[in-house]
Design a protein around this ligand. Structure first.
Ligand code: 13P
Length: 256
């Protein structure tokens, strides 16, 4: 089994950028540039308030819209939070969960990542589950232990059937927004480790079918060599996804 058994997914994470009017224009521009590129799925994960404009602009194109977080409860007194069925009704198909910025700045833990993932899957969303080591962990030589632990804790209680709707994004925290990209060999090594953990948790078939993206300063200059690696099935792109021409070049790199 190899890459052909799983989807390649190029996803943009706009983070806290773009007003609704800017989002409408950027989605339309991106959609025009990636039209007919069927070699990968194309997703843009936008701020909550941009969702309506983004979904409208993406209608009839091959761009899918994602959100950047979701709450684990279905409804209730959780001021400022957004539930999975709200996202679905707005036309959202994907949701990023456990991004390192949420883990670092907003108290996200493997336990809450797991709860959010379960809620999103139960509602019918596809989850882009982010994990990865911080610089000190890599320097201490414990990257394998950290990503293995995150994979196990974040996927606890999630069925093999539900894994069809889980994408893992390996995002080394030291590579995010720093311009420091993992080498293709580093990305390949850790994506393969994560796939191995999934094989142990489920079985080899589930592991081979799971899309594992790399994220962290991926851009139009380095995407091709990262995406060429056997276990790197796409990218989660921050900064470069804000510029449609750059993002479209990454989508091009995924057509091979
Ligand atoms: P950059 O591509 O800006 O490094 O961000 C990566 C990221 O965090 C995507 O989720």
């Amino acid at each position: 089994m190899n890459k052909s058994v799983r989807s390649t997914i190029i996803a943009g994470n706009w983070k806290m950028n773009m007003t609704p009017s800017a989002a409408k224009a950027a989605v339309a521009e991106t959609a025009a540039l990636v039209a007919g590129k069927t070699g990968c799925e194309v997703v843009l994960c936008v701020p909550f308030v941009d969702i309506a404009a983004a979904v409208e602009a993406a209608k009839g194109t091959n761009v899918k819209i994602g959100a950047q977080n979701v709450h684990f409860e279905a409804k209730g007194a959780f001021t400022g939070e957004i539930a999975a069925d709200m996202l679905l009704e707005c036309g959202v198909e994907y949701v990023i969960i456990g991004h390192s910025e949420r883990r670092q700045y907003f108290g996200e833990t493997d336990e809450t990542v797991n709860k959010r993932t379960k809620a999103a899957l139960a509602a019918g969303l596809k989850v882009i589950l982010c994990l990865g080591e911080v610089l000190g962990e890599r320097q201490s030589g414990i990257t394998e232990e950290i990503v293995s632990m995150q994979t196990k804790l974040d996927l606890a209680g999630i069925s093999a059937e539900d894994m069809k709707n889980v994408i893992i994004a390996y995002e080394p925290v030291w590579a995010i927004g720093t311009g420091l990209t993992a080498t293709p060999e580093q990305a390949e090594e850790v994506c393969a480790i994560i796939r191995g953990v999934i094989a142990k948790l489920y079985d080899e078939k589930v592991a081979q079918a799971t899309t594992i993206q790399y994220g962290g300063s991926m851009n139009d200059g380095n995407a091709a060599e990262l995406l060429a690696k056997e276990n790197v099935d796409g990218g989660l792109i921050g900064g470069a996804s804000l510029v449609p021409a750059k993002f479209a070049k990454i989508v091009d790199a995924a057509q091979a």
